[in-house]
Design a protein around this ligand. Sequence first.
Ligand code: SAH
Ligand code: MG
Length: 195
Amino acid sequence: MEEELKKIEAYAKENHVPIMEEEGITFLTNYIKEHDIKTILEIGTAIGYSAIKMALVDPEIQVTTIERDETRYEEAIQNINTFKLHDRIELIYSDAFDVVLNKKYDMIFIDAAKAQYQKFFEKFKENLNEHGYIISDNLNFHGLTHTLDRIESKNLRSLVRKINDYVSFLENNEEFETIFYQVGDGVGVSKRKDG
Ligand code: SAH
Ligand code: MG
């Protein structure tokens, strides 16, 4: 199993698939263990790496994960089959904004297009259990969020500004409180203030 995971990590590196960094995924899987999380919704499957890692935490865990890129979705199916996790990981091939889910989850993990984090958060908080957690990855965006003025590319600057706006949105949120962890590429954990 370790060897298969290493293969996925190597594939991701070679093909520039932005899977979670080691420190971040370790934080995430520990969090799932410590908070007895059993149902997870992930936005942004890529090739299934984090979904597999999360499902492997406990045999009772069920993951639903959404991916809009066809090639990555196909890769994810294969990887999930390798781990025989197809009965515990449900893959949805779609843009997350077109998906309607009626279920509620213990955790929602946002790891997709960074410019749209706030929209993901607002849409999918409706699918969060009362005492659930919304986890957002890449809030430091490779350290760039602190160097906004020095970024020359207009597109990159605009993206970094959006991430910073999302952090402000979380900091000033009336309904949710967020703790920011400086692990991996920066992880935020949000929960309802009365939850
Ligand atoms: N969670 C994965 C990495 C995800 S990378 C891991 O750690 O293993 C981000 C992925 O989100 C990309 O594959 C991208 O295609 C997908 N994505 C971005 N915006 C999306 C959207 N609106 N709906 C569905 N998938 C999206
Ligand atoms: Mg990420």
